[in-house]
Design a protein around this ligand. Structure first.
Ligand code: ADP
Ligand code: ZN
Length: 532
């Protein structure tokens, strides 16, 4: 329609005049057009794709108030500051403001002085705000980080469930848009249903980052630091981020790198805020090309020439990994994402999950923990897979992918594939036979024919499985157990001595196409000098 054309022309002007960009990035124009023609819209785009612009441009181009619901207070403040600096009319209301400041801003909004008003979802429950919205109903509501509405998504926030009822009681239904970087089908469906999007236009842009090279290495904990040091020293002129799980690890690794002459700095929540921003600035200016950080680092950082992102530990989910690793190569130049992990990482993540959801009620907490376990399992699967890493990532995010990308550690075959299908079947049979009473150690000893005290005490040396896999290594058998646990074919029964039982999926081992491979390092992988 002519009106739609006029609106889109206006959007193009806003893009140029307010933001100084000459063209929309992939997906943005479609989202902006959809919103401007009055249709509810779901935008699923990876981090860094430019989601904010998708609601900022229509908010400025069209009449009326755009209410932006965002869970991240720091991010909303940054955006409002940037918008204001660009001459746009934007404000935020959050608890950092006094009651009288809030009142003044609401009056200004009522007088039509803002195109964008940012609030956290909790604000929708504030009676003063509800009254304001009844008198000045927004014409557009943009829900940022919309996956927070789903219990299946990372970072579920109950306050997001209040958005739909809030919208319903408005005197006039606004256009609704939801934005997220989480693309699993389940989460997308939840967003549409729980936010009450009406026949939305969905824009899902590609998650593939072809310039990123992915690689995974399993190391012993004590090998990790040496590996990182070597890696960083081989790239003396490159900028990189090294993510660690704990503040202690950040401090120790920073020190090691500095002592080796690397210009490294660090970032974590325990540093005083002035030190934190100084370090961050040093990294951005390339005074310190390497930053060692906890995952607190990176939100809103837009440094384009990051050549590598190393993970010192396995992250808690592929969503987190994709986002953190995705900070490499924003400029489109070839960049590397290296994930180092060890078995302890899995145990640490599992214990974090067991303590999750304390603020929620019993059932809700358990639902959340189960969702976290599922996400961790997908992450573990990424670490173990012998298939293309990029393919694994893309399929997880609901995209199709070729079998081989040719640009990841697995496609390059920096390891050998060892077929341990028979070992896996033997292990499952042994667990069945011993009715899940033993742990990994005993199971491996029995199959290898090792007469340990436990084996003899339980007379397992007399069973038919004893010594049935004399050639197998202890390490391989234990890893096979881990993979079977990951596939829900075995389960760990926690206790003073964790035992291994059959899991709900154990029957899958009987299928003809059941296969299990392990990665065996070859020459290019780091030499394992550790005695053990
Ligand atoms: P997201 O929210 O998807 O992670 P942002 O909205 O923070 O991404 O945008 C990432 C960066 O891309 C920002 O620096 C933004 O200014 C820039 N950007 C967004 N849209 C465009 C565009 N059309 N042209 C150039 N740069 C853009
Ligand atoms: Zn690949």
């Amino acid at each position: 329609s002519p009106a739609a054309h006029a609106a889109i022309d206006k959007a193009q002007q806003v893009l140029e005049n307010t933001f100084g960009y000459s063209r929309f990035r992939p997906g943005q124009a479609e989202v902006v057009a959809s919103v401007l023609t009055g249709r509810d819209t779901l935008a699923v785009m990876p981090t860094g794709a430019g989601k904010s612009l998708c609601f900022q441009v229509p908010a400025i181009a069209a009449d009326g108030l755009c209410l932006v619901i965002s869970p991240l207070v720091a991010l909303m403040e940054d955006q409002v500051q940037a918008l204001t600096a660009a001459g746009a009319r934007a404000a935020f209301i959050n608890s950092s403001l006094s009651a009288s400041q809030q009142g003044a801003l609401l009056r200004q909004a009522q007088n039509g002085q803002f195109d964008l008003l940012y609030v956290a979802p909790e604000r929708l429950a504030d009676p003063r705000f509800v009254e304001f919205a009844a008198q000045t109903p927004p014409t557009l509501i943009a829900v940022d980080e919309a996956h927070c509405v789903s219990q299946w998504g990372q970072d579920f926030r109950p306050s997001f469930l209040e958005i739909a009822p809030f919208v319903q009681q408005l005197p006039k239904r606004p256009v609704l848009m939801a934005l997220t970087a989480t693309a699993t089908q389940q989460v997308q469906r939840d967003i549409v249903r729980l936010l009450g999007l009406n026949n939305p236009f969905a824009m899902v842009t590609g998650f593939d980052r072809p310039n990123l090279h992915y690689a995974v290495e399993q190391l012993l904990p004590k090998q990790k630091v040496a590996r990182i040091l070597r890696y960083v020293q081989q790239r003396p002129s490159d900028s990189g981020i090294v993510y660690c799980q704990t503040v202690k690890e950040v401090d120790a690794l920073t020190q090691t790198l500095q002592e080796a002459g690397v210009r490294a700095t660090s970032y974590h929540a325990k540093l005083p805020s002035d030190v934190r921003s100084r370090n961050q600035q040093a990294f951005i200016n390339d005074d310190a090309p390497v930053i060692v950080a906890t995952v607190a680092f990176g939100m809103g950082i837009d440094k384009s020439n990051v050549r590598y992102v190393i993970h010192h530990n396995m992250p808690k989910s592929l969503e987190a990994y994709y986002q953190e690793a995705g900070r490499a190569g924003r400029d489109g130049e070839p960049s590397e994402c290296l994930l180092l992990w060890c078995n302890n990482d899995i145990a640490t993540s599992r214990s974090f999950i067991d303590n999750e959801g304390e603020a929620l009620e019993g059932h809700a907490a358990e639902v959340q923990r189960q969702a976290s376990r599922n996400r961790l399992n997908a992450m573990i699967g990424y670490c173990y897979t012998v298939d293309c890493l990029r393919g694994y990532l893309l399929r997880y995010f609901g995209e199709e992918a070729p079998e081989h990308c040719g640009n990841c550690g697995n496609c390059e075959g920096s390891f050998q594939k060892a077929n341990l299908t028979e070992e896996a079947r033997q292990l499952l049979r042994l667990v069945h036979f011993t009715r899940g009473r033993f742990g990994k150690e005993v199971l491996a000893s029995v199959l290898r024919g090792k007469e340990s005290d436990m084996v003899k005490r339980h007379r397992l040396d007399e069973c038919r499985f004893f010594g049935s896999l004399p050639e197998a290594s202890d390490r391989d058998l234990k890893q096979v157990v881990d993979i079977l646990v990951n596939r829900n074919m075995l389960v760990v029964e926690e206790g003073t001595f964790p035992t291994i039982g059959l899991g709900p999926q154990f029957k899958a081992a009987g299928a003809d196409d059941f296969q299990l491979f392990l990665k065996r390092p070859v020459k290019s992988a780091p030499p394992s000098k550790a005695p053990k």
